[in-house]
Design a protein around this ligand. Structure first.
Ligand code: DGP
Ligand code: NA
Ligand code: NA
Length: 215
């Protein structure tokens, strides 16, 4: 017999933030933690550079290909859309997904180049919504101290400064402000991990009763 009362979908846990804020480190640590504890969990990284669209994005980010700002924006968005069926199936099947970057990076990075913020949001309308956004917040001075930025297109101090402000604006404009967990990324790796585990276990425990959100 089916017992719907014990059915639980997976949680969609999203990490967002500027470059060099420790996002990927924490996302990976959380993934390993949940795996060891026996949770059904998958890790997802955007942009997913392995698909044909992702390969074009990679060529753009590594400065090997030029593309119009709006065209690359739409490719980043398409890269998320192409993953939706798989992500949706996993979540409905009870697997928690830890996602490193998503549409919030999409809007923040593109709007920071001067594209209209509301135009930037359009192509992501209808994507699955995360259950929580763990936002790793760090001043650009601090992130630069951490061994400096890399060689990729957006990894420049002045630009990162604007991206950080745009992320803050997105949080402010979000109707669902409770979705955002802003963490001070200056703390130690272990201290941050403890907070992230606590937040995530709570989300995993409680999101099961809620439908997946699209919008
Ligand atoms: P990462 O692999 O996390 O270092 O991301 C690569 C770079 O691309 C990083 O500087 C952030 C940026 N980025 C990630 N997603 C998007 C997006 O959807 N749109 C734009 N314009 N930039 C993005
Ligand atoms: Na990067
Ligand atoms: Na992306």
């Amino acid at each position: 017999s089916t017992n719907t009362s014990t059915y639980k979908r997976g949680a969609f846990i999203l990490f967002e933030g500027c470059d060099r804020t420790g996002k990927s480190t924490q996302a990976n640590k959380l993934f390993e933690y949940l795996q060891i504890k026996g949770h059904a969990v998958k890790f997802w990284k955007f942009p997913d550079r392995t698909t044909p669209i992702g390969q074009t994005i990679n060529a753009y980010l590594t400065n090997n290909q030029e593309l119009d700002d709006k065209a690359i924006h739409l490719l980043f968005s398409a890269n998320r859309w192409e993953c939706m069926p798989k992500m949706k199936n996993l979540l409905l099947g009870g697997t928690t997904i830890i996602v490193d970057r998503y549409a919030y990076s999409g809007v923040s990075y593109s709007a920071s180049k001067g594209l209209d913020l509301n135009w930037c949001r359009c192509s992501d309308i209808g994507l699955l919504r995360p259950d929580v956004i763990i936002f790793m917040d760090l001043s650009t001075e601090e992130s630069e101290k951490r061994g400096g930025f890399g060689e990729e297109r957006y990894e420049k101090k002045d630009f990162q400064e604007i991206v950080r402000k745009t992320f803050a604006l997105l949080k402010e404009k979000d109707d669902d402000d409770s979705l955002w967990e802003v963490l001070d990324a200056k703390q130690s790796v272990e201290r941050l991990h403890e907070q992230i585990v606590e937040i995530s276990l709570d989300i995993i425990e409680n999101c099961g009763q809620l439908p997946l959100k699209e919008g």
